[in-house]
Design a protein around this ligand. Structure first.
Ligand code: ARG
Length: 465
Protein backbone atom coordinates (compact mmCIF):
# COMPACT_ATOMS: atom_id res chain seq x y z
CA UNK A 1 0.00 0.00 0.00
CA UNK A 2 1.50 3.33 -1.04
CA UNK A 3 -0.60 5.51 1.18
CA UNK A 4 -1.44 5.28 4.85
CA UNK A 5 -5.20 5.70 4.31
CA UNK A 6 -7.65 2.99 5.41
CA UNK A 7 -9.04 3.12 1.88
CA UNK A 8 -5.58 3.34 0.27
CA UNK A 9 -5.47 0.02 -1.61
CA UNK A 10 -6.18 1.35 -5.09
CA UNK A 11 -4.08 4.51 -4.76
CA UNK A 12 -0.59 4.98 -6.15
CA UNK A 13 0.14 8.33 -4.58
CA UNK A 14 -0.38 10.16 -1.30
CA UNK A 15 -3.19 12.67 -1.25
CA UNK A 16 -2.26 16.33 -1.17
CA UNK A 17 -2.21 17.96 2.25
CA UNK A 18 -4.90 20.40 1.13
CA UNK A 19 -7.08 17.45 0.08
CA UNK A 20 -6.72 15.92 3.53
CA UNK A 21 -7.56 19.13 5.28
CA UNK A 22 -10.51 19.96 3.08
CA UNK A 23 -11.88 16.44 3.20
CA UNK A 24 -11.61 15.92 6.95
CA UNK A 25 -14.52 16.09 9.36
CA UNK A 26 -12.73 15.05 12.54
CA UNK A 27 -12.66 18.64 13.88
CA UNK A 28 -16.42 18.43 14.39
CA UNK A 29 -17.50 14.78 14.18
CA UNK A 30 -15.24 14.11 17.15
CA UNK A 31 -18.36 15.20 19.07
CA UNK A 32 -19.91 11.87 18.07
CA UNK A 33 -17.30 9.59 19.67
CA UNK A 34 -19.76 8.17 22.19
CA UNK A 35 -22.37 7.42 19.57
CA UNK A 36 -19.78 5.98 17.18
CA UNK A 37 -18.48 3.61 19.84
CA UNK A 38 -21.95 2.59 21.06
CA UNK A 39 -22.96 1.91 17.46
CA UNK A 40 -19.84 -0.17 16.86
CA UNK A 41 -20.32 -2.19 20.03
CA UNK A 42 -23.84 -3.10 18.91
CA UNK A 43 -22.61 -3.94 15.41
CA UNK A 44 -19.82 -6.17 16.80
CA UNK A 45 -22.16 -7.98 19.19
CA UNK A 46 -24.47 -8.71 16.30
CA UNK A 47 -21.60 -9.97 14.10
CA UNK A 48 -20.66 -12.29 16.96
CA UNK A 49 -24.20 -13.51 17.49
CA UNK A 50 -24.50 -14.29 13.78
CA UNK A 51 -21.24 -16.22 13.73
CA UNK A 52 -19.61 -13.70 11.38
CA UNK A 53 -17.04 -13.00 14.09
CA UNK A 54 -15.80 -15.64 16.52
CA UNK A 55 -16.70 -15.36 20.18
CA UNK A 56 -13.14 -14.42 20.97
CA UNK A 57 -12.94 -11.71 18.29
CA UNK A 58 -16.24 -10.26 19.46
CA UNK A 59 -15.08 -10.11 23.05
CA UNK A 60 -11.83 -8.46 22.10
CA UNK A 61 -13.61 -5.86 19.99
CA UNK A 62 -16.35 -5.09 22.54
CA UNK A 63 -13.89 -4.87 25.44
CA UNK A 64 -11.51 -2.82 23.33
CA UNK A 65 -14.25 -0.36 22.39
CA UNK A 66 -15.34 -0.03 26.01
CA UNK A 67 -11.76 0.65 27.05
CA UNK A 68 -11.50 3.32 24.35
CA UNK A 69 -14.76 4.96 25.42
CA UNK A 70 -13.63 5.20 29.04
CA UNK A 71 -10.17 6.26 27.96
CA UNK A 72 -11.54 9.09 25.86
CA UNK A 73 -13.86 10.23 28.66
CA UNK A 74 -10.96 10.28 31.09
CA UNK A 75 -8.50 11.84 28.66
CA UNK A 76 -6.26 8.75 28.65
CA UNK A 77 -6.85 8.23 24.92
CA UNK A 78 -6.54 10.99 22.37
CA UNK A 79 -8.08 11.31 18.94
CA UNK A 80 -5.70 11.77 16.06
CA UNK A 81 -6.73 14.86 14.10
CA UNK A 82 -4.62 13.64 11.18
CA UNK A 83 -7.18 10.91 10.51
CA UNK A 84 -10.14 11.94 8.37
CA UNK A 85 -13.08 11.36 10.67
CA UNK A 86 -14.31 9.87 13.93
CA UNK A 87 -15.04 6.48 12.36
CA UNK A 88 -11.46 6.07 11.11
CA UNK A 89 -10.20 7.31 14.47
CA UNK A 90 -12.05 4.79 16.56
CA UNK A 91 -11.14 1.95 14.23
CA UNK A 92 -7.48 2.99 14.35
CA UNK A 93 -7.51 3.21 18.16
CA UNK A 94 -9.11 -0.23 18.31
CA UNK A 95 -6.61 -1.86 15.98
CA UNK A 96 -3.79 -0.26 17.91
CA UNK A 97 -5.20 -1.63 21.12
CA UNK A 98 -6.23 -5.17 20.15
CA UNK A 99 -4.40 -5.85 16.90
CA UNK A 100 -5.83 -7.74 13.91
CA UNK A 101 -9.28 -8.44 15.39
CA UNK A 102 -9.91 -4.68 15.22
CA UNK A 103 -9.67 -4.83 11.44
CA UNK A 104 -12.75 -7.04 11.36
CA UNK A 105 -15.08 -4.52 13.00
CA UNK A 106 -16.08 -2.89 9.72
CA UNK A 107 -17.36 -6.20 8.25
CA UNK A 108 -20.80 -5.75 6.64
CA UNK A 109 -20.80 -2.03 7.26
CA UNK A 110 -20.00 1.16 5.39
CA UNK A 111 -19.23 4.58 6.80
CA UNK A 112 -22.41 5.66 5.04
CA UNK A 113 -24.77 3.61 7.18
CA UNK A 114 -22.45 4.12 10.15
CA UNK A 115 -22.53 7.92 10.01
CA UNK A 116 -26.29 7.98 9.48
CA UNK A 117 -26.66 5.86 12.64
CA UNK A 118 -24.21 7.93 14.71
CA UNK A 119 -25.93 11.12 13.67
CA UNK A 120 -29.36 9.85 14.69
CA UNK A 121 -28.07 8.77 18.09
CA UNK A 122 -26.31 12.11 18.53
CA UNK A 123 -29.45 14.09 17.74
CA UNK A 124 -31.46 11.97 20.18
CA UNK A 125 -28.94 12.88 22.88
CA UNK A 126 -29.08 16.56 21.92
CA UNK A 127 -32.85 16.44 22.24
CA UNK A 128 -32.57 15.05 25.77
CA UNK A 129 -30.34 17.95 26.79
CA UNK A 130 -32.60 20.54 25.19
CA UNK A 131 -35.63 18.99 26.89
CA UNK A 132 -33.91 19.11 30.27
CA UNK A 133 -33.42 22.87 29.89
CA UNK A 134 -36.93 23.39 28.55
CA UNK A 135 -38.34 21.48 31.48
CA UNK A 136 -36.53 23.68 34.02
CA UNK A 137 -37.76 26.78 32.26
CA UNK A 138 -41.34 25.48 32.24
CA UNK A 139 -41.11 24.81 35.97
CA UNK A 140 -39.80 28.31 36.61
CA UNK A 141 -42.55 29.90 34.53
CA UNK A 142 -45.19 28.06 36.56
CA UNK A 143 -43.57 29.06 39.84
CA UNK A 144 -43.45 32.72 38.86
CA UNK A 145 -46.98 32.57 37.50
CA UNK A 146 -48.23 31.19 40.82
CA UNK A 147 -46.60 34.09 42.63
CA UNK A 148 -48.10 36.68 40.30
CA UNK A 149 -51.69 35.62 39.72
CA UNK A 150 -52.90 39.04 40.77
CA UNK A 151 -50.03 41.22 39.54
CA UNK A 152 -51.63 43.61 37.08
CA UNK A 153 -49.76 44.33 33.88
CA UNK A 154 -50.68 46.21 30.73
CA UNK A 155 -51.34 44.00 27.72
CA UNK A 156 -50.26 45.35 24.32
CA UNK A 157 -51.24 45.12 20.70
CA UNK A 158 -49.13 47.03 18.15
CA UNK A 159 -47.00 47.85 21.21
CA UNK A 160 -49.80 50.21 22.24
CA UNK A 161 -51.51 49.78 25.57
CA UNK A 162 -54.51 47.55 24.89
CA UNK A 163 -56.17 45.72 27.79
CA UNK A 164 -55.26 44.68 31.32
CA UNK A 165 -53.66 41.29 31.89
CA UNK A 166 -51.66 39.86 34.77
CA UNK A 167 -47.97 39.01 34.89
CA UNK A 168 -49.04 35.41 35.47
CA UNK A 169 -51.10 35.45 32.29
CA UNK A 170 -48.17 36.88 30.37
CA UNK A 171 -45.78 34.20 31.68
CA UNK A 172 -48.27 31.43 30.99
CA UNK A 173 -48.31 32.50 27.35
CA UNK A 174 -44.60 31.68 27.17
CA UNK A 175 -45.28 28.47 29.04
CA UNK A 176 -47.53 27.42 26.16
CA UNK A 177 -44.82 28.19 23.58
CA UNK A 178 -42.07 26.32 25.40
CA UNK A 179 -44.38 23.42 26.15
CA UNK A 180 -45.07 23.08 22.42
CA UNK A 181 -41.31 23.15 21.89
CA UNK A 182 -40.86 20.36 24.41
CA UNK A 183 -43.42 18.22 22.61
CA UNK A 184 -41.95 19.06 19.21
CA UNK A 185 -38.51 17.89 20.33
CA UNK A 186 -40.12 14.67 21.54
CA UNK A 187 -41.31 14.09 17.98
CA UNK A 188 -37.84 14.89 16.64
CA UNK A 189 -36.30 12.32 18.99
CA UNK A 190 -38.81 9.64 18.10
CA UNK A 191 -38.22 10.27 14.44
CA UNK A 192 -34.45 10.05 14.84
CA UNK A 193 -34.76 6.72 16.59
CA UNK A 194 -37.58 5.34 14.46
CA UNK A 195 -35.56 3.34 11.92
CA UNK A 196 -31.97 2.11 12.11
CA UNK A 197 -29.83 2.74 9.01
CA UNK A 198 -27.12 0.13 9.87
CA UNK A 199 -27.26 -2.83 7.55
CA UNK A 200 -27.78 -0.64 4.49
CA UNK A 201 -24.07 -0.76 3.72
CA UNK A 202 -22.86 1.86 1.27
CA UNK A 203 -26.32 1.99 -0.34
CA UNK A 204 -27.34 -1.46 -1.51
CA UNK A 205 -27.37 -3.62 1.62
CA UNK A 206 -24.98 -6.52 2.08
CA UNK A 207 -24.80 -10.28 1.56
CA UNK A 208 -23.75 -10.97 5.17
CA UNK A 209 -26.45 -12.48 7.28
CA UNK A 210 -26.84 -9.47 9.58
CA UNK A 211 -29.53 -9.29 12.27
CA UNK A 212 -30.59 -5.68 11.86
CA UNK A 213 -33.48 -5.94 14.33
CA UNK A 214 -31.07 -7.05 17.03
CA UNK A 215 -28.85 -4.02 16.47
CA UNK A 216 -31.94 -1.79 16.51
CA UNK A 217 -32.91 -3.26 19.86
CA UNK A 218 -29.44 -2.73 21.31
CA UNK A 219 -29.41 0.90 20.18
CA UNK A 220 -33.01 1.70 21.19
CA UNK A 221 -34.31 2.17 17.67
CA UNK A 222 -37.97 1.30 17.13
CA UNK A 223 -37.30 -0.54 13.87
CA UNK A 224 -35.00 -0.74 10.85
CA UNK A 225 -34.87 1.26 7.61
CA UNK A 226 -36.91 -0.49 4.93
CA UNK A 227 -34.91 0.86 2.02
CA UNK A 228 -31.12 0.85 1.98
CA UNK A 229 -30.87 3.88 -0.31
CA UNK A 230 -33.15 5.89 1.98
CA UNK A 231 -31.16 4.69 4.98
CA UNK A 232 -27.96 6.39 3.84
CA UNK A 233 -29.42 9.45 2.12
CA UNK A 234 -32.16 10.57 4.56
CA UNK A 235 -31.40 13.61 6.70
CA UNK A 236 -35.01 14.64 7.37
CA UNK A 237 -34.54 13.98 11.08
CA UNK A 238 -31.70 16.51 11.21
CA UNK A 239 -33.82 19.10 9.42
CA UNK A 240 -36.59 18.47 11.92
CA UNK A 241 -34.14 19.10 14.73
CA UNK A 242 -33.15 22.39 13.12
CA UNK A 243 -36.78 23.39 12.62
CA UNK A 244 -37.60 22.68 16.24
CA UNK A 245 -34.48 24.63 17.25
CA UNK A 246 -35.52 27.57 15.09
CA UNK A 247 -38.95 27.59 16.70
CA UNK A 248 -37.60 27.59 20.22
CA UNK A 249 -35.17 30.39 19.32
CA UNK A 250 -38.02 32.40 17.82
CA UNK A 251 -39.89 32.05 21.13
CA UNK A 252 -36.77 32.92 23.12
CA UNK A 253 -36.10 35.92 20.95
CA UNK A 254 -39.62 37.30 21.49
CA UNK A 255 -39.23 36.89 25.22
CA UNK A 256 -35.84 38.58 25.13
CA UNK A 257 -37.11 41.46 23.02
CA UNK A 258 -39.60 42.17 25.81
CA UNK A 259 -36.94 41.84 28.50
CA UNK A 260 -34.94 44.47 26.63
CA UNK A 261 -37.94 46.77 26.25
CA UNK A 262 -39.33 46.31 29.74
CA UNK A 263 -35.89 46.80 31.28
CA UNK A 264 -35.46 50.16 29.50
CA UNK A 265 -36.05 53.37 31.44
CA UNK A 266 -38.90 54.12 29.01
CA UNK A 267 -40.87 51.13 30.31
CA UNK A 268 -39.17 50.46 33.62
CA UNK A 269 -41.21 47.30 34.29
CA UNK A 270 -38.17 45.12 34.91
CA UNK A 271 -34.88 45.54 36.72
CA UNK A 272 -32.36 42.97 35.57
CA UNK A 273 -30.04 41.55 38.17
CA UNK A 274 -26.49 42.96 38.10
CA UNK A 275 -25.12 39.46 37.61
CA UNK A 276 -26.85 39.22 34.23
CA UNK A 277 -26.18 42.65 32.78
CA UNK A 278 -23.08 44.40 31.49
CA UNK A 279 -21.70 47.93 31.59
CA UNK A 280 -20.58 50.31 28.88
CA UNK A 281 -16.91 51.14 28.36
CA UNK A 282 -17.75 54.81 27.88
CA UNK A 283 -21.13 55.62 29.43
CA UNK A 284 -20.93 55.10 33.19
CA UNK A 285 -24.69 55.10 33.74
CA UNK A 286 -25.33 52.10 31.48
CA UNK A 287 -26.54 48.68 32.59
CA UNK A 288 -27.12 46.85 29.36
CA UNK A 289 -29.29 43.78 28.70
CA UNK A 290 -26.54 42.21 26.56
CA UNK A 291 -27.55 38.63 27.33
CA UNK A 292 -31.09 39.13 26.12
CA UNK A 293 -29.76 40.90 23.03
CA UNK A 294 -27.37 38.02 22.35
CA UNK A 295 -30.15 35.44 22.52
CA UNK A 296 -32.19 37.61 20.14
CA UNK A 297 -29.14 37.90 17.89
CA UNK A 298 -28.21 34.22 17.98
CA UNK A 299 -31.67 33.35 16.68
CA UNK A 300 -30.30 34.45 13.31
CA UNK A 301 -27.57 31.85 13.21
CA UNK A 302 -29.97 29.07 14.18
CA UNK A 303 -32.30 30.04 11.31
CA UNK A 304 -29.18 30.17 9.14
CA UNK A 305 -28.28 26.61 10.12
CA UNK A 306 -31.73 25.42 9.04
CA UNK A 307 -31.42 27.09 5.65
CA UNK A 308 -27.86 25.85 5.33
CA UNK A 309 -28.84 22.18 5.63
CA UNK A 310 -31.95 22.58 3.49
CA UNK A 311 -29.73 24.06 0.80
CA UNK A 312 -27.10 21.33 1.13
CA UNK A 313 -29.73 18.62 0.71
CA UNK A 314 -31.53 20.28 -2.18
CA UNK A 315 -30.98 18.54 -5.49
CA UNK A 316 -28.59 15.89 -4.12
CA UNK A 317 -28.63 12.78 -6.31
CA UNK A 318 -29.11 9.48 -4.47
CA UNK A 319 -27.55 8.04 -2.43
CA UNK A 320 -24.67 9.30 -0.22
CA UNK A 321 -22.67 12.31 -1.42
CA UNK A 322 -19.85 13.98 0.44
CA UNK A 323 -21.94 17.17 0.53
CA UNK A 324 -23.74 15.46 3.39
CA UNK A 325 -20.70 15.80 5.62
CA UNK A 326 -21.88 19.42 5.85
CA UNK A 327 -24.91 18.23 7.84
CA UNK A 328 -23.10 18.16 11.17
CA UNK A 329 -21.89 21.65 12.02
CA UNK A 330 -25.35 23.24 11.70
CA UNK A 331 -26.68 20.73 14.20
CA UNK A 332 -23.81 21.05 16.67
CA UNK A 333 -23.96 24.84 16.51
CA UNK A 334 -27.74 25.01 16.88
CA UNK A 335 -27.71 22.53 19.73
CA UNK A 336 -25.10 24.49 21.66
CA UNK A 337 -26.83 27.78 20.97
CA UNK A 338 -30.26 26.54 22.05
CA UNK A 339 -29.03 24.93 25.26
CA UNK A 340 -26.97 27.94 26.33
CA UNK A 341 -29.72 30.39 25.43
CA UNK A 342 -32.23 28.43 27.51
CA UNK A 343 -29.84 28.38 30.46
CA UNK A 344 -29.20 32.12 30.20
CA UNK A 345 -32.87 33.01 29.92
CA UNK A 346 -33.59 30.88 32.98
CA UNK A 347 -31.06 32.81 35.06
CA UNK A 348 -32.22 36.21 33.84
CA UNK A 349 -35.84 35.41 34.49
CA UNK A 350 -35.21 33.85 37.87
CA UNK A 351 -33.40 36.95 39.13
CA UNK A 352 -35.18 39.85 37.48
CA UNK A 353 -37.32 42.13 39.64
CA UNK A 354 -40.65 43.36 38.36
CA UNK A 355 -41.73 46.89 39.19
CA UNK A 356 -45.41 46.39 39.94
CA UNK A 357 -46.17 50.06 40.64
CA UNK A 358 -44.76 51.12 37.29
CA UNK A 359 -46.84 48.55 35.45
CA UNK A 360 -49.92 49.80 37.26
CA UNK A 361 -49.06 53.41 36.45
CA UNK A 362 -48.75 52.68 32.75
CA UNK A 363 -52.15 50.97 32.83
CA UNK A 364 -53.85 53.84 34.56
CA UNK A 365 -52.58 56.38 32.07
CA UNK A 366 -53.18 54.34 28.97
CA UNK A 367 -57.03 54.21 28.76
CA UNK A 368 -56.58 50.47 29.24
CA UNK A 369 -60.20 50.14 30.43
CA UNK A 370 -61.74 51.84 27.37
CA UNK A 371 -63.06 48.55 25.99
CA UNK A 372 -64.76 47.83 29.31
CA UNK A 373 -66.32 51.27 29.29
CA UNK A 374 -67.70 50.47 25.83
CA UNK A 375 -69.01 47.12 27.12
CA UNK A 376 -70.71 48.99 29.99
CA UNK A 377 -72.85 50.97 27.56
CA UNK A 378 -73.63 47.80 25.61
CA UNK A 379 -74.94 46.23 28.81
CA UNK A 380 -77.15 49.32 29.17
CA UNK A 381 -78.64 48.71 25.73
CA UNK A 382 -76.38 50.71 23.41
CA UNK A 383 -75.38 48.83 20.20
CA UNK A 384 -71.62 48.09 20.34
CA UNK A 385 -70.71 50.12 17.24
CA UNK A 386 -72.36 53.28 18.70
CA UNK A 387 -70.81 52.64 22.06
CA UNK A 388 -67.34 52.25 20.48
CA UNK A 389 -67.69 55.65 18.86
CA UNK A 390 -69.00 57.33 22.05
CA UNK A 391 -66.03 56.02 24.06
CA UNK A 392 -63.70 57.15 21.28
CA UNK A 393 -65.02 60.68 21.76
CA UNK A 394 -64.59 60.38 25.54
CA UNK A 395 -60.94 59.32 25.13
CA UNK A 396 -60.33 62.33 22.88
CA UNK A 397 -61.91 64.57 25.51
CA UNK A 398 -59.71 63.01 28.23
CA UNK A 399 -56.57 63.53 26.18
CA UNK A 400 -57.40 67.19 25.62
CA UNK A 401 -58.19 67.70 29.31
CA UNK A 402 -55.42 65.51 30.64
CA UNK A 403 -57.74 63.18 32.54
CA UNK A 404 -58.06 59.46 33.00
CA UNK A 405 -61.38 57.69 32.33
CA UNK A 406 -61.97 57.06 36.02
CA UNK A 407 -61.39 60.73 36.81
CA UNK A 408 -64.36 61.90 34.74
CA UNK A 409 -67.37 63.07 36.76
CA UNK A 410 -70.76 61.60 36.07
CA UNK A 411 -71.82 64.98 34.57
CA UNK A 412 -68.93 64.87 32.15
CA UNK A 413 -69.83 61.29 31.16
CA UNK A 414 -73.48 62.15 30.70
CA UNK A 415 -72.48 64.79 28.13
CA UNK A 416 -71.64 61.81 25.92
CA UNK A 417 -74.46 59.44 26.89
CA UNK A 418 -77.33 59.53 29.36
CA UNK A 419 -76.88 55.77 29.92
CA UNK A 420 -73.99 56.38 32.33
CA UNK A 421 -74.82 56.18 36.04
CA UNK A 422 -72.81 55.79 39.28
CA UNK A 423 -72.20 52.05 38.80
CA UNK A 424 -69.87 52.89 35.90
CA UNK A 425 -66.84 53.43 38.16
CA UNK A 426 -66.97 49.93 39.52
CA UNK A 427 -67.29 48.59 35.99
CA UNK A 428 -63.97 50.06 34.87
CA UNK A 429 -62.03 49.16 37.98
CA UNK A 430 -58.90 47.31 36.81
CA UNK A 431 -59.13 44.45 39.27
CA UNK A 432 -62.76 43.88 38.48
CA UNK A 433 -61.98 43.83 34.78
CA UNK A 434 -59.40 41.10 35.32
CA UNK A 435 -61.52 39.09 37.76
CA UNK A 436 -64.45 38.95 35.37
CA UNK A 437 -62.42 37.55 32.49
CA UNK A 438 -63.09 34.07 33.75
CA UNK A 439 -63.55 32.19 30.50
CA UNK A 440 -61.00 29.43 29.96
CA UNK A 441 -57.98 31.10 28.39
CA UNK A 442 -58.71 34.41 30.13
CA UNK A 443 -56.49 36.26 32.64
CA UNK A 444 -58.62 36.06 35.80
CA UNK A 445 -56.65 34.76 38.80
CA UNK A 446 -59.34 32.16 39.41
CA UNK A 447 -59.03 30.78 35.88
CA UNK A 448 -55.26 30.79 35.86
CA UNK A 449 -55.11 29.07 39.25
CA UNK A 450 -57.07 26.25 37.64
CA UNK A 451 -54.89 26.24 34.53
CA UNK A 452 -51.71 26.16 36.60
CA UNK A 453 -52.95 23.13 38.53
CA UNK A 454 -53.47 21.35 35.22
CA UNK A 455 -50.07 22.41 33.91
CA UNK A 456 -48.40 21.25 37.11
CA UNK A 457 -49.91 17.85 36.44
CA UNK A 458 -48.82 17.93 32.84
CA UNK A 459 -45.21 18.59 33.84
CA UNK A 460 -45.28 15.81 36.43
CA UNK A 461 -46.36 13.41 33.72
CA UNK A 462 -43.72 14.34 31.17
CA UNK A 463 -41.41 11.40 30.87
CA UNK A 464 -37.61 11.70 30.77
CA UNK A 465 -37.66 14.01 33.74
N1 ARG B 1 -17.17 11.97 7.30
C1 ARG B 1 -18.19 11.42 6.47
C2 ARG B 1 -19.49 12.21 6.73
O1 ARG B 1 -19.54 12.82 7.69
C3 ARG B 1 -18.43 9.98 6.80
C4 ARG B 1 -19.03 9.21 5.68
C5 ARG B 1 -18.05 9.08 4.61
N2 ARG B 1 -18.49 8.23 3.58
C6 ARG B 1 -17.89 8.23 2.41
N3 ARG B 1 -18.36 7.42 1.55
N4 ARG B 1 -16.91 9.04 2.12
O2 ARG B 1 -20.39 12.20 5.95
Amino acid sequence: MKTNKLWGGRFDKETDKLTDEFNASISFDKNFYREDITGSIAHAKMLGKQGILTKNETEQIVNGLETILNGLEEGKFKLNEELEDIHMNIEALLTNLIGDAGKKLHTGRSRNDQVATDFRLYIAHCVEDVQTELYSLLKLLLKLAKENLETLMPGYTHLQIAQPITYAHYLLCYFQMFYRDYKQFEIVKNQSLSELPLGAGALAGTTYNLDREYVAELLDFAGVKKNSIDAVSDRDFALNFLQASSLVMMHLSRFCEEIILYNSSEFNFYTLDDAYTTGSSIMPQKKNPDLAELIRGKTGRVYGNLISLFTTMKGLPLAYNKDMQEDKEPIIDSFETVVTSLKVLYKMLETLKINKSEMLNKMKNGFINATDLADYLVKKGEPFRNSHSIIGNIVLYCEKNNKRLDELTLEELNEFSDKFSTDVYNEIDLEKIINERELIGGPSPKTNRLIIARLDNLLDNLHNN
